[in-house]
Design a protein around this ligand. Structure first.
Ligand SMILES: [Zn+2]
Length: 453
């Protein structure tokens, strides 16, 4: 059966609706930060309130319109979707902030951490979180709610499969029906349920706003292949006798790696390899995943029903204190150390790399995207060139560190759907009149628009 696909609009900031409009206050032509304003019949809703991650020590300034919103709807807890909330609340913003319960819990961790990174003290974090909790409203998936009492407007969070709690946001008013994808995950990702594909067709969608991070590519490996590749890399690496360092993002990636390792250990394939989760934020997020384990996918729920925690296994250690982190490097036995940050721009992984990159028995395993200009990207480049030449140094923690360690990259663990997976999400939605792409680079948006016809 052939169906006519809806028109796609790219790199456009404003989209008119029968009774209002949608404006992108961020991420119109880039991946971050995500923030959109929905104006409907005189009401304004802010969908996400992102801030540029890792900027400087000053609080983010938000576009003026953001401060006037009647309510905020959060798609998920990543910093580029919630980071502006601290600036919003600092201005005296006094309107409800809606999210799923897991999203609000992850947002608390992320925002508290970002205040600390900007030099905030414990009491600043506590004061902020008090204000946040006062405004936060936890909502369930698939249960419509009215974000503004007495107004004829309904919002529903739908599963987006990106990180725990992530949601697409459906907004229905008497004059229009719109949908924000939020960040969409890959179907069959570990732990997470797949993005929603069942929609009621009682009313057409006037506008679907879809992310387009990977609108220009197809991920090669599915989750089963990723696990096999992970196993092979670890077995090869441990033969070298040194530690295996895994730089990982605290939210989503750390839990996905733990889940794959849990499978490998409990199936008896991976033996006698201690695994250290050496990231305080990653540990807190992992605990949050466990608190909201009702949201896990079937495979993970099945493990839970057999009293097998899918995020814990024999040989997994939580490293909370800095001094215990330093001690890991003195361990004689080969260990796998998961530490942040994911691109080696800060966090405990930097100290491990400074100490261990100069040794050929060390292995570094990258499990996520490394942006241009980051130490992670520099390490991969240096290791690649060292195959045919002398070893190079990279700048890390203020030092020039020789890269003699072996470096591997594990592909396929992306938290973002590729173009085929984006298209499958879109094709499942009935009666779409128009699709606006955002949250993607210009090339990715153009490429998807051309390809999706
Ligand atoms: Zn995200």
């Amino acid at each position: 059966m052939t169906q006519t696909r809806p028109p796609i609009v790219v790199c456009t900031k404003t989209h008119d609706l029968p009774n209002g409009r949608v404006s992108f206050l961020g991420a119109a032509q880039t991946v971050t930060p995500a923030m959109s304003l929905v104006e409907l019949d005189g009401i304004t809703l802010l969908v996400d309130c992102g801030a540029e991650p890792g900027r400087d020590n000053t609080p983010t300034e938000l576009p003026d319109d953001a401060y006037e919103a009647d309510a905020v709807l959060l798609t998920h807890g990543h910093l580029d979707h919630v980071g502006g909330i601290s600036a919003l609340l600092a201005s005296g913003f006094n309107a409800p902030i809606y999210g799923t319960s897991a999203t609000l819990a992850i947002a608390r961790i992320v925002l508290g951490d970002s205040i600390r990174l900007r030099g905030g003290r414990h009491r600043d974090v506590r004061a902020f979180l008090g204000g946040f909790d006062h405004m936060a409203r936890a909502m369930k998936y698939d249960e419509p709610f009215s974000p503004i009492a007495s107004r004829d407007l309904q919002v529903t969070f739908r599963e987006a499969g990106h990180i725990l709690g992530s949601a697409s946001v459906e907004i229905v008013s008497p004059g229009s029906r719109i949908l924000f994808s939020g960040d969409l995950g890959r179907p069959k990702s570990p732990i997470l349920r797949d993005y929603n594909t069942t929609w009621d067709d009682s009313k057409p969608f006037d506008l679907v706003v879809m992310e387009s991070t990977y609108g220009d590519r197809v991920h090669e490996d599915g989750p089963d292949q990723v696990r096999e590749n992970l196993f092979e890399i670890i077995e090869r690496a441990r033969a070298d006798g040194g530690h295996i360092l895994v730089p990982a993002f605290a939210i989503g990636r750390t839990q996905a790696i733990i889940y794959h390792l849990d499978n490998l250990v409990e199936s008896g394939r991976l033996e006698n390899l201690p695994v250290a989760v050496d990231t305080p934020m990653g540990l807190r997020v992992t605990e949050t995943y466990s608190v909201f384990n009702k949201l896990f996918d079937e495979e993970a729920l099945d493990k839970l029903s057999r009293e097998d925690d899918p995020l814990d296994f024999k040989g997994l250690y939580a490293v909370r204190k800095g001094r215990d982190s330093r001690r890991l490097r003195d361990m004689k036995q080969t260990m796998l150390i998961i530490a942040g940050s994911g691109m080696c721009t800060g966090g405990r992984i930097v100290e491990h790399l400074v100490e261990l990159l100069p040794y050929s028995e060390t292995n570094v395993l990258f499990v996520g995207y490394q942006a241009h200009g980051t130490p992670g990207r520099a390490i991969i480049g240096a290791a690649e060139r060292a195959k045919d030449g002398p070893s190079e140094t990279v700048k890390l923690g203020g030092a020039n560190v020789p890269v003699r360690a072996k470096v591997d990259v594990l592909h396929g663990l992306s938290a973002h759907a590729d173009r085929k997976e984006l298209a499958a999400w879109l094709d499942a939605i009935p009666g779409v009149q128009k699709v606006a792409l955002h949250h993607g680079d210009v090339d990715a948006q153009n490429s998807f628009q051309k390809w999706y016809k």
